[in-house]
Design a protein around this ligand. Structure first.
Ligand code: NDP
Length: 327
């Protein structure tokens, strides 16, 4: 028997409830590899899957947790054997499939990546889907060329934003962090941000489709009106990596920044990334993300903390990265 955070749905009221429950190995879904999970984390999607579902969860009872790191316990696939350390992000694990909020998980071998050298399982989940996606965003900006101005990071004190800030600063870029929480300014500066931009300054729509050419690149975790505004503030030929929708899924923008300034809007998806690019991103993380900065982002948690943390992340109240020790 092992512990898992199980979410149930009351069919009459439609309400969900989550509680730590004992499960057996036979309860786990089918899959080639059984993993003894060591750490998981809390992403925005986890908040939805622990709570209201957000249209992501297919079937109840459900074990959320969109990412995990641990040790292979049993494998029917030649690529993995008992004792191997592995990481999983994406593939709709924790949404359509049972995920990492349990001491055991059973998944497809195709979904796993060997633990990158230079990281332990705790550090891998301090990075988690949020940090992995931040790295994908930085790689996309690099592929399209980062211009001379500071790189803007929106939702800077959140998971994606914290990791993007630390990586970009370590690579030598000037980083401007947008935050709605002024009290996180010291934290963001400690991660390497050289400029703090108040959310209100950039959150409002403007009638001007173009403003001053300010930013040499942008990692955007917020979307909505903020992304629309940022597009008009990019330098000529600069790129915005669109990662998230913490501020809304709409995009009340004009095409003028694309047509007159050659601005690029780059879509970033972490869920279906091909294996080779996953390995490339994890290698870059172990090289370009300073581990002391990662350590400063960590808030430790256990399975029983998850219902509260899930609600907190939906309200934008989690700072940095939560690391869940499932044992
Ligand atoms: P967090 O909650 O940790 O961070 C989001 C941050 O956005 C908050 O901390 C806050 O930062 C800011 N924010 C929250 N609400 C608003 C608002 N209404 N207006 C403006 N800013 C706001 O989440 P993550 O970092 O884990 O994820 C960020 C986004 O990226 C989410 O939308 C998530 O779904 C998405 N995502 C997408 C992935 C992909 O594959 N494309 C993968 C992973 C995440 P502050 O307090 O500093 O302002």
């Amino acid at each position: 028997m092992f512990d898992a955070l199980v979410v149930n749905k009351d069919e009459e009221s439609g309400k969900t409830s989550a509680a730590v429950t004992q499960l057996g190995l036979d309860d786990l879904p089918a899959g080639e590899v059984t993993v003894a999970v060591e750490y998981s984390t809390v992403n925005y999607k986890d908040g939805l899957c622990i709570g209201p579902g957000g249209g992501l969860v297919r079937k109840y009872p459900h074990v959320p947790g969109i990412d995990f790191a641990g040790t292979v316990e049993a494998s029917d696939d030649d690529r993995y054997k008992a004792g191997d350390k592995v990481v999983l992000t994406g593939w709709r694990v924790g949404e359509a499939h049972w995920g990492g909020y349990a001491q055991k998980a059973r998944v497809k071998a195709d979904w796993l990546v060997p633990l990158p050298s230079g990281l332990d399982t705790r550090q891998a989940m301090a990075v988690g889907t949020a940090g992995f996606t931040a790295m994908l965003a930085v790689m996309a900006l690099e592929d399209h060329g980062i211009k001379a101005g500071p790189v803007l990071v929106t939702g800077a004190a959140g998971g994606v934003g914290s990791v993007a800030t630390a990586i970009l600063a370590n690579l030598g870029y000037k980083v401007a962090g947008v935050t709605g929480r002024p009290e996180t300014a010291d934290y963001l500066t400690s991660l390497g941000a050289t400029q703090i931009v108040a959310r209100e300054e950039i959150n409002e729509t403007t009638k001007r489709p173009l403003e001053g050419e300010t930013w040499g690149g942008c990692v955007d975790a917020v979307g909505g009106a903020m992304l629309a505004r940022v597009l008009g503030q990019m330098e000529y030929g600069a790129s915005v990596a669109a990662v998230g929708l913490a501020g809304g899924a709409g995009l009340p923008a004009t095409v003028i920044p694309f047509l007159l300034r050659g601005v690029n809007l780059l879509g970033i998806d972490s869920v279906m990334q091909p294996y080779d690019n996953r390995v490339r991103a994890w290698e870059r993380i172990s090289k370009d993300l300073p581990m002391d900065k990662l350590e400063a982002m960590i808030q430790p948690a256990t399975l029983s903390d998850l219902p509260k943390l899930g609600a907190d992340i939906l309200k934008g109240q989690v700072k940095g990265r939560v690391v869940v020790d499932v044992n």
